[in-house]
Design a protein around this ligand. Structure first.
Ligand code: NAP
Length: 307
């Protein structure tokens, strides 16, 4: 199997994959894609489950997505994962999109059945499982703050929290307008018999220390969905001085064990976990969609860790 396949390979799939065993029948599409750890997680799971299929990386540019998706049934694919920049763009290109992915407005998993492509989103449900695994709690019981609610992951997480019926949701974004428009979209999830209750259970604030600190007094779980902390030398999205010991802090970033935000949380005595568990659980949920059976989660975890 090649490290990275291309659209040109997909156009001539039997030739591009001649002699590859097991046959490549799953892939992740992205641009860039070389860094993706998904094959590391899925290939051991496929092998352990006795499924005769391989999972590959495929470099698909935005202008290539429509053709690449169309070619999949004929090439014998079971499904694909979609990552940046395809998650939103794929929606109008699929035969069907499940209701949950439509509400989130993004697809990260495509299943191919009887020649038809159906889109799903496992990022939000993966986050729910990750929070359960890391902290032993349910999102529905929590007052949640999402940092970077205006980005792709932040939106998926915020919609998921609203759908779970979390007790309170504060949307934080550098560009406040994006958080405000998402709050308007999510209002209906927080309206009870008394409409005025929505205002206190749902809010949108700028990513500034003073308003964030004021809201953190009434928050149980902080989720970082900004990209701050991905690059070496990045600052924490929130300084330790703003954080409090009662908080659970989940950083969706998984490129470092202790991200800048988690270091700040440690300093303040708050509990923290990085995005490894979300990556693992969203992958396990994709596997469950494709094969309608539980995913071998420990095999996937070891694969991701390179063990
Ligand atoms: P995105 O769509 O580009 O969104 C980036 C977000 O970060 C936006 O809200 C943006 O605010 C904010 N941001 C960027 N730089 C900032 C800064 N200097 N100060 C304040 N806010 C800043 O990216 P994405 O695809 O949602 O990814 C975001 C993060 O989620 C990444 O770190 C990624 O690793 C993580 N993620 C993890 C998983 C997992 O499985 N663990 C899955 C998906 C994503 P503006 O709106 O103001 O630009």
């Amino acid at each position: 199997m090649k490290d990275v396949y291309s659209l040109a390979d997909l156009r001539d799939w039997p030739v591009a994959t001649a002699g590859v065993v097991p046959p490549v029948r799953l892939a992740v599409f992205g641009d860039p894609i070389a860094h993706s750890k998904s094959p590391q997680m899925h290939n051991p799971a496929l092998s352990q489950s006795g499924i005769e299929a391989g999972y590959a990386r495929m470099h698909i540019r935005p202008e290539e997505l429509a053709e690449a998706l169309q070619l999949l049934p004929k090439a014998g694919f079971i499904g694909v994962n979609l990552t940046i920049p395809h998650k939103q763009a794929a929606l109008p290109l699929l035969d069907e999109v499940d209701d949950h992915a439509r509400r989130i407005g993004a697809v990260n998993t495509v299943a191919i059945r009887d020649g038809k492509l159906t889109g799903f989103n496992t990022d939000g449900p993966g986050l729910v499982r990750a929070i359960r695994a890391e902290f032993g709690v349910e999102i529905k019981d929590l007052r949640v703050m999402v940092l970077g609610a205006g980005g792709g992951a932040g939106r998926a997480i915020s919609v998921q929290c609203a759908m779970e019926g979390c007790r309170r949701l504060v949307l934080v974004n550098r560009t406040l307008e994006k958080a405000k428009s998402l709050a308007i979209e999510l209002e209906s999830y927080f309206k009870g018999s008394d409409d005025s209750a929505a205002g206190t259970r749902l809010g949108a604030i700028p990513m500034e220390n003073l308003p964030v600190k004021a809201q953190l007094q009434n928050t149980d779980l902080v989720i970082n969905a900004t990209s701050m902390g991905m690059k070496p030398g990045d600052l924490s999205p929130l300084p330790a001085s703003v954080l409090m010991p009662h908080l659970m802090v989940y950083d969706t970033i998984y490129t470092a064990d202790r991200t800048p935000l988690l270091k700040a949380s440690d300093e303040k005595g708050a509990r923290g976990a990085n995005g490894f568990s979300m990556l693992l659980h969203q992958g396990a949920l994709s596997f469950e969609i494709w094969f309608n059976r539980p995913a071998p989660i420990e095999v996937m975890r070891k694969g991701l860790l390179g063990l």
